[in-house]
Design a protein around this ligand. Sequence first.
Ligand SMILES: O=C(O)CCC(=O)C(=O)O
Ligand SMILES: [Fe+2]
Length: 337
Amino acid sequence: MAPAAEIDFASAPSRRLTGSGPTTKSRHLASIPVIDLAQPDHLAAEEVAAACSSVGFFYVRNHGVDEAVIENQFVQSHAFFDLPLEEKLKIKANASQRGYYPYSMGSAKNSKGQHDQKEAFNVYGFESDSTHLPFHGHNLWPPETMLPDFRPAMLAYYDAMNQVGIRILRLLGLALKLGPDYFLPKFQASTSNIRCVHYLPQQYSPADGICGVGAHTDWGMLTVLATDAQPGLQISHEGSWIDVEPRPGHFVINIGDLLDRWTGGKFCSTLHRVINKTGKDRYSCPFFLAPDWNAKIEPLPGLQDPTINGSQKVVTCGEWLSMRRAAEYGGKPLVAL
Ligand SMILES: O=C(O)CCC(=O)C(=O)O
Ligand SMILES: [Fe+2]
């Protein structure tokens, strides 16, 4: 892998902001698109193209995922976060980014000196003995004697999310007029992960840097998000923070930085944050879809971005993820071991 300094760092800024972001105003946007995945692919792809080149976020419905798989993930996530802290810390996240992130450890400090107000648990779809490489390693699990259903529930959820992700990849290929299978060869042993997240029922104050998740863009290809019934997710749109209301039976999809770059900015990775205002606990589970570690992210035909240092350098997915992490965490390891 090329050292990070040789990679096009300028095109991978950390877009994490502090404070309230574009404005303190928050309004409801009725028009976050809802895309019905039961319709024929060529019609869904047109709607995907429109959503990705405008708001960068959309809901999907009729996604085909069994409700029980989603429900089991949330039940097991609750059960895990309810464990005593000392038990959770036994599987504290290691350098491979897998396992438990206590409050204040799963994010870089923002300029107000605050971490994200959340605890989280990461599971990756690939496992590897090459632990000298970032993001490589083995998943960590709570003991079966304690939570026997946790691991199967999380693996089933990962598989279901991966299927949704592949469906969206096919629509993206169609939307970009590259064909439905264009992206698939680069997602054979993907570096994707799910992250169970628990937000505290506390007072949030974006102006003081206290957020569930501070304003950020996602790093990878796209994100498939399930939340419980509590609102909290907001996206930055035309200078306002827009609430993304939970919709039963829907997932929220958003474009990540890697796809933004890959399309030369045609499809946008939109700034978003979580402010859990309800005074209740909030649980969510994003699936971060990312290509294979060695997949080359070559500019797509006709979609080079002339603003990126004259031409887009080819990076591998692994280089990209490492670079994004370094930009966000100042090159320090995510978790002090
Ligand atoms: O919990 C949510 O609604 C979104 C979380 C998120 O944006 C993230 O983890 O990247
Ligand atoms: Fe995000």
